[in-house]
Ligand binder design. Structure first.
Ligand code: ADP
Length: 837
C-alpha cells in the first residue's frame, strides 16, 4: 500500500492503534475535530500516534512517540455537544520524520515501516502459544467481547495475531507502544507471550484464592441453606423437622408421665425454652437431658400390686431356710403396711364418691386430681435393717420381699460413696450434673413403689463430705420423704411408696440418727447343720441350674456338704459354701460334657479331688499344748472368730508388760488390768505371793487379719496369766469371752451368738460366757448348739479359771505325769456326761 509522504498526525491519550485493528475513538479537542473534518473530506488517512503522557493537552512534536500507525477513519458521528465519535482502522506502521506544520494541527513527513515477519517454526510455535494463552485469559477476565477469542483462532498471520490480541488485552501504554515499535514479529510474539503467561499466573492464582475462600464460606452457607430448604420441604410435605420432632416427642411424654402439678409446670416451662434454643447451644442439651429425666421418672406409675401377707409367707419360706424370727418380723411389717394401705384406699374411694356426688350437682367445673395427694397417710413404720456378716442372706431376703410383693427390687450400695451429692445429686448449674442415686434408681426401676435395699449403711459417714446422714434421713423419714428434693431434679418427688430396707455388717458405725429410724434385725450366721440344710435345699439346686445340670445328673451325700463346710470354708454365712458347691457342679458339668455317663455321684472322699487340699484345720488342740495359751472369742463384721492369746515371762530388772499383735487401746488396757488383778490376788488364786516379780511379761495375740480390740478378751488374759504362773494348761476344747473388772467380776459382752458359732465351727464344744449374757444366748440358740455344746456362765473370774484350767500343773519337762493324765481322762468323761445332762 502506498501512502502520501505527508499526513496529518493525531496524538492519542493512552491508546495505541495497531495495524489490522478497528477501534472506536472519541475526539474532543478543537484542533483534532478540525483535523478529522479535513481528512474526511480528502483520503481519510491519518497517522495515529500515542502521546508519551496522557496528562498533556495539545501535545506537540516532542510529546509524542515517533512510531505510529497510518489509519483510515471509517465512520464518524457528530455528538450533540460537538465532539466526534469515529471508528478507525489501523493500516500500517510508520515512522514520523519531521513535522511540516504544527498549527492548526500536526502534519508530518512519514516513512512506512512494515513489520519484519519471520517464517520459522519458532515463530509459529510462539503464535500458537499466544493464541492459547489468550483463550485461557479470556476465560478468566470479563472485559473481552464475546467472539473475539474464537476469532483469534482463525488468524493466519503471526503479526495479525500480535496486534489483535494486544488490542484486547489490558496492558500499560509502555508495553503497548513497545509492541508496535519492535520490528521483528517473532520478538513481538515473544514479548506478548511472556506478558500473557505472567498475567495468567496472577489471574489464576487470584482465582484460586477466591474460590477457596468461597468454598470455606460456601460450605457453611450451603449447609445453612440446605437446612432451611429441608425445613421448607418438610413443611411442604407436612413432615416435622428433627428439632420439632424432639419437642413433640417430649411434649407427648410429658403428657404421658402424669406428673404432679409443680413438675408439670416446670416441664412445660423448660420445654418452651428448649423450643427457642438452637440445637447447637450447650444449654439445649442440658435442658433436653433434664426433660428426658423428668419424663422418664415414675411419677405416678406403680407396680399396682397389693400386699398379700399369705403369699409373702410362702415366698419367704420358698427362698430361705429357717430365719423364723426375721421372717415373722417381716410379715408383721408387711401386714401393718397392708392394713394401712387398705384403709387409705377405702378412704380415698369414699372421698371420690362424695366428690362425684358434688360434681353431679355443679356440672361443668373441673376438679383437680389431687385428692389422693392431700390425703396422705404418713407411714411411721421404721425401716428394717438387716445386720449380720456377709452371706447370711440379707440381700436375698430383700429380693424375696420384693418378689413376695410383686415389686421391683433395686440395690443402692452406700459403701464407698464419697459425698452427699451421690444421694441428693448435683445442682443443674454444674457441668456434668447428675441426679443422685435415689432418683437414678427410680428412673431405672420405672415404678414408684420398688423395694430399695440400701446396702452397707454402716459404711456411710466414714469419709463423707457434706452431711450425708441428713440426706439419707430425709430419704428414710416418712415425714419428709413424700417430697424428697434431689438437687438436680429440683422438684419434690414422692418416695413414700418406696419400701426401703437397709443392710449392715456392724451396728456401731451406723450414725445414731439413722439407727434411730431403723429397726435392727440381726442375722448372726448359721450352724453346720443349718448350712447343710441350706446347701441341700437351696444352694445346690441353684448351682445345678446355674451350671446347666439337670436334676438327677449329679448327686451328693450330706457328708460331702459337711466336709466342704468344715474343711473348705470357715464363715458365718454361706457365701463361700455356695461358691465351693458351684465349683463342684462346674467340675461335674465338665465331666458330663466330656462324655462321662450320668448320674455322677459325689462322695465325701471325692471332695479333695474336686476342690483340692482342705483349707481349714481344727488347731486349738494342737496349739494349747503348754501353759500360757488360751482360746478367746472375738466379734468381727464378718462374723465371730477364735483367737489365741499367748503369754510368756522372762527375767528382767524392772517389770514390764509387753503387748504385741497390733492390739487396740481397749484390749491393751484389759491386758494391764488382767495383770494387776492376777498380781493383787495372787494368794487367793493359789499363786506365789510375789508372782511375776522381777519378770517381764509378754502377751501376744497372733492371727493377722482380725481386728483386735474391745474389752471382751479380759477373762482370757487373766486365764493365760494364771495358767502361765501356775503351770496348769488351758483346756484345748474350751473357748472364753468376757470383760472383767479389776475386782474380778465378769461383765457381759456383745456378739454372743456369733462368737459361739465361731467356737463351734472351730470344733470347740465348751464356751465360757458372762452370766449376764445367758438370756440373749438362749433366746434363739439353734437346737444343734444347745445339744452339742456346753456353756459355762461366769459371774466371777474364778468361775472362768475353774472351768478353763486343767487341775494339775504339767511337770517341768512339759510332760504330764501319769497321775495327771489319768485324772484328765476322768474329767473329760465327767464333762461329757454333764454336757448331756
Ligand atoms: P448377704 O447379703 O447377707 O451378704 P446374700 O443374700 O448374698 O448374703 O446370701 C448369699 C447366698 O446365700 C445367697 O445365694 C442366698 O440365697 C443364700 N442364703 C443365705 N441364707 C439363706 C437361707 N437362710 N436360706 C437359703 N439360702 C440362703
Amino acid at each position: 500500500m502506498v501512502f502520501p509522504e505527508v499526513l496529518p498526525v493525531l496524538p492519542l491519550k493512552d491508546v495505541v492503534v495497531y495495524p489490522f485493528s478497528v477501534q472506536p475513538l472519541g475526539v474532543g479537542q478543537e484542533r483534532s475535530i478540525r483535523l478529522i473534518d479535513d481528512v474526511m473530506r480528502s483520503d481519510r488517512l491519518v497517522v495515529l500516534v500515542a502521546q508519551k503522557s496522557a496528562d498533556i493537552e495539545q501535545a506537540g512534536p516532542d510529546d509524542i512517540f515517533r512510531i505510529g500507525t497510518v489509519s483510515r477513519v471509517g465512520r464518524m458521528f457528530r455528538m450533540p455537544d460537538g465532539t466526534l465519535q469515529i471508528a478507525v482502522q489501523g493500516l500500517e506502521r510508520v515512522e514520523i520524520n519531521e513535522f511540516t506544520q504544527e498549527k492548526p494541527y500536526l502534519m508530518a513527513r512519514i516513512t512506512p515501516r512494515p513489520d519484519v515477519q519471520e517464517e520459522d517454526t519458532e515463530t509459529e510455535a510462539l503464535k500458537r502459544n499466544v493464541i492459547s494463552y489468550f483463550q485461557r485469559l479470556v476465560a478468566l477476565v470479563q472485559n473481552v467481547p464475546e467472539g473475539v477469542a474464537a476469532a483469534t483462532l482463525n488468524l493466519e498471520e503471526p503479526r495479525q495475531v500480535v496486534y489483535v490480541i494486544a488490542t484486547f488485552v489490558q496492558m500499560d501504554l509502555e508495553l503497548r507502544q513497545k509492541l508496535l515499535e519492535i520490528d521483528s514479529v517473532h520478538e513481538k510474539l515473544a514479548q506478548l507471550s511472556s506478558f500473557l503467561t505472567h498475567e495468567l499466573e496472577i489471574l489464576e492464582l487470584g482465582k484460586k484464592i477466591q474460590t477457596s475462600a468461597q468454598e470455606e464460606m460456601g460450605k457453611m452457607q450451603r449447609e445453612y441453606l440446605l437446612r432451611e430448604q429441608l425445613k421448607a420441604i418438610q413443611r411442604e410435605l407436612g413432615e416435622e423437622s428433627e428439632e420439632q420432632a424432639t419437642v413433640n416427642e417430649l411434649r407427648h411424654k410429658i403428657d404421658e408421665a402424669h406428673m404432679p402439678e409443680e413438675a408439670l409446670k416446670e416441664a412445660n416451662r423448660e420445654l418452651s425454652r428448649l423450643e427457642k434454643l438452637p440445637t447447637a447451644s450447650p444449654e439445649y442439651s442440658i435442658i433436653r437431658t433434664y426433660l428426658e429425666l423428668l419424663v422418664s421418672l415414675p411419677w405416678s406409675k406403680g407396680s399396682g400390686e397389693r400386699i398379700d401377707v399369705a403369699h409373702a409367707r410362702q415366698v419367704l419360706d420358698e427362698d430361705h431356710y429357717d430365719l423364723e424370727k426375721i421372717k415373722e418380723r417381716i410379715l408383721e411389717y408387711l401386714a401393718v403396711r397392708h392394713l394401712k394401705e387398705e384403709r387409705q384406699r377405702a378412704e380415698a374411694a369414699r372421698e371420690r364418691e362424695l366428690q362425684e356426688g358434688e360434681e353431679e350437682e355443679q356440672k361443668g367445673t373441673t376438679q383437680p386430681l389431687q385428692s389422693q395427694e392431700e390425703k396422705r397417710v404418713i407411714n411411721r413404720e421404721p425401716i428394717l435393717c438387716f445386720v449380720g456378716p456377709p452371706g447370711v442372706g440379707k440381700t436375698s431376703l430383700g429380693q424375696s420381699i420384693a418378689r413376695a410383693l410383686g415389686r421391683k427390687f433395686a440395690r443402692i450400695s452406700l459403701g464407698g460413696i464419697r459425698d452427699e451429692a451421690e444421694i441428693r445429686g448435683h445442682r443443674r448449674t454444674y457441668i456434668g450434673a447428675m441426679p443422685g442415686r435415689i432418683i437414678q434408681t427410680l428412673r431405672r426401676v420405672e415404678t414408684n413403689d420398688p423395694v430399695i435395699m440400701l446396702d452397707e449403711v454402716d459404711k456411710v459417714g466414714a469419709d463423707w463430705r457434706g452431711d450425708p446422714s441428713s440426706a439419707l434421713l430425709e430419704v428414710l423419714d416418712p415425714e419428709q420423704n413424700y417430697s424428697f428434693r434431689d438437687n438436680y431434679l429440683d422438684l419434690p418427688f414422692d418416695l413414700s411408696k418406696v419400701m426401703f430396707i437397709a443392710t449392715a455388717n456392724a451396728l456401731e458405725p451406723i450414725p445414731a440418727p439413722l439407727r434411730d429410724r431403723m429397726e435392727i434385725l440381726e442375722l448372726s450366721g448359721y450352724t453346720e447343720e443349718q448350712k447343710v440344710h441350706i446347701a441341700r435345699s437351696y444352694l445346690l439346686p441353684k448351682q445345678l441350674e446355674a451350671n446347666g445340670l439337670k436334676q438327677g445328673e449329679m448327686t451328693v451325700d450330706d457328708d460331702v456338704i459337711r466336709r466342704v463346710v468344715r474343711e473348705y470354708t470357715r464363715e458365718a454365712g454361706v457365701r463361700n459354701l455356695e461358691r465351693e458347691i458351684g465349683t463342684l457342679c462346674r467340675k461335674v458339668a465338665k465331666q458330663i460334657s466330656e462324655g462321662q455317663p450320668s448320674p455322677i455321684h459325689v462322695t465325701a472322699d471325692d471332695v479333695p479331688e474336686y476342690l483340692g487340699r482342705r483349707r481349714f484345720f481344727e488347731e486349738a488342740a494342737e496349739r494349747l499344748d503348754r501353759p500360757g495359751i488360751a482360746t478367746g472369742l472375738v466379734w468381727t463384721p464378718v462374723g465371730g472368730e477364735i483367737i489365741f492369746v499367748e503369754a510368756a515371762t522372762m527375767p528382767g530388772r524392772e517389770e514390764r508388760l509387753i503387748l504385741t499383735g497390733q492390739l487396740g487401746d481397749v484390749m491393751k488396757e484389759s491386758a494391764a488390768a488382767a495383770l494387776s488383778y492376777v498380781r493383787s490376788n495372787a494368794v487367793e488364786l493359789g499363786l506365789p505371793r510375789h508372782v511375776f516379780e522381777n519378770q517381764n511379761i509378754h502377751i501376744h495375740v497372733p492371727a493377722g487379719a482380725i481386728p483386735k480390740d474391745g474389752p471382751s478378751a479380759g477373762v482370757t488374759m487373766v486365764t493365760v496369766l494364771v495358767s502361765l504362773a501356775s503351770g496348769r494348761r488351758v483346756r484345748s476344747d474350751v473357748a472364753m469371752t468376757g470383760e472383767m473388772t479389776l475386782r474380778g467380776r465378769v461383765m457381759p459382752i456383745g456378739g454372743v451368738k456369733e462368737k459361739v458359732l465361731a467356737a463351734f465351727r472351730s470344733g470347740i464344744r465348751t464356751v465360757i460366757l458372762p452370766q449376764k449374757n445367758e438370756a440373749d444366748l438362749m433366746e434363739d440358740l439353734p437346737k444343734e448348739l444347745r445339744d452339742q455344746m456346753h456353756f459355762v456362765f461366769a459371774t466371777d473370774i474364778r468361775d472362768v479359771l475353774e472351768a478353763a484350767l486343767e487341775d494339775e500343773p504339767v511337770s517341768k519337762n512339759g510332760k504330764e505325769d501319769s497321775n495327771v493324765r489319768r485324772k484328765r481322762k476322768k474329767d473329760k468323761e465327767k464333762e461329757k456326761a454333764g454336757a448331756h445332762a
